[in-house]
Design a protein around this ligand. Structure first.
Ligand code: GRG
Length: 322
């Protein structure tokens, strides 16, 4: 675990230095605020771990790693505006604490700052790193658009939903690993294995997240159990149920039916889920993606001890999220 702790501390130290440099500049205050709210720092960890798998020289991967965390936080800031979310990591969102315009502008500044850090990548790696970063950022946008489109539809398929997660969440994890692998000097084949590993892992984690929102232990997840059901949210659970639901069941799931209390609605939707076996479906699907991820890691051309850190991070995330 020592390596993970060292990487975490390094990321924290670099982010603190970045915030110190931002100083008290008005549009950068929200940038420092969101970065100091915490977060698991998964993306920069993936970049460092991927680089570390191929080289002993970690330093060239540090700025790109920090750039990815800043980009991630920028997407959260704008996502919170679009979702009208009051809280982020348990604290007021930027648009609540300041206002919507500040959150838009500071988010924009953050995206530019991410680019300022990415271009510090050493010159021979810069073209493929920049290309990966740009492709990833554009795909994240597409994923966000799909997610918004899905909220108004009742005919979203499981495959479409998984494609949305791939774009909205997984490609940034994949991009983070690929960038680390490029900087570490990995072959294109190994870059692809690591990219595919992160894609599958991201999908499996998101599906588990959906599952736990309905079937998890609220004390462990820190979320209201059944929150997605009450918000009529499209998740793999509701999508799978809608595939089979009667007109009455459909109304209940999409929020068009009346109910006595929140508990009553959650219980009735869970009955529909049980009828169509959706919990088992989601568990099997998440398990399949998890297995695929491990197979991709297996296929890497490096010795097992070099994969250790990556596997430890997966275990740590499982503990925090499962
Ligand atoms: C790409 C130009 C451009 C715009 C962004 C707003 C937007 C368009 C995209 C939203 C993308 C988004 C919010 C994806 C959700 C990803 C996700 C799973 C967030 C939670 O990640 P964690 O659990 O969070 O790693 P922490 O708090 O640990 O950092």
């Amino acid at each position: 675990m020592e390596k993970l702790e060292y990487f975490q501390a390094l990321i924290q130290q670099k982010l603190e230095g970045f915030c110190r440099k931002n100083g008290e500049e008005r549009i950068l205050q929200p940038v420092n605020y969101i970065l100091q709210l915490g977060g698991k720092r998964v993306r920069p960890m993936l970049t460092l771990l991927a680089a570390d798998a191929f080289t002993d020289e970690l330093e060239p991967a540090v700025y790109p790693a920090i750039a990815l965390e800043i980009f991630h936080n920028f997407t959260l800031m704008h996502d919170d505006i679009m979702d009208n979310a009051p809280l982020r990591r348990g604290q007021p969102t930027v648009h609540e604490k300041w206002n919507r315009d500040v959150a838009i502008l500071s988010g924009d500044a953050m995206l530019i700052q991410a680019y300022q850090l990415i271009i510090k990548t050493r010159s021979e790696c810069l073209p493929p790193v920049m290309q990966t970063f740009n492709t990833t950022a554009l795909e994240v946008c597409q994923g966000q658009q799909l997610d918004m489109d899905f909220q108004d539809r009742t005919d979203v398929s499981a495959a479409e939903y998984i494609e949305m997660i791939r774009l909205k969440t997984s490609v940034l994890l994949g991009g983070a690993m690929k960038i680390g692998a490029i900087i570490g000097g990995a072959t294109e084949e190994d870059q692809k294995h690591l990219y595919d590993f992160a894609i599958a892992l991201g999908i499996s984690f998101q599906l588990w997240d959906d599952y736990l929102d309905t079937y998890g232990d609220g004390l462990k997840t820190g979320k209201q159990v059944g929150g997605d059901i009450l918000a009529n949210k499209k998740t793999l659970l509701s999508i799978k149920a809608l595939e089979h639901a009667s007109a009455e069941e459909r109304d209940l799931i999409v929020g068009a039916a009346s109910y006595i209390s929140n508990d009553d609605k959650i219980a009735r939707v869970k009955e529909v889920y049980a009828k169509y076996g959706v919990a088992e479906f989601i568990k099997t699907t998440a398990g399949d993606y998890h297995r695929t991820a491990l197979e991709k890691l297996d296929a890497l051309s490096i010795a097992a001890p070099k994969k250790e850190g990556i596997l430890q991070l997966v275990d740590q995330l499982k503990e925090r999220t499962h």
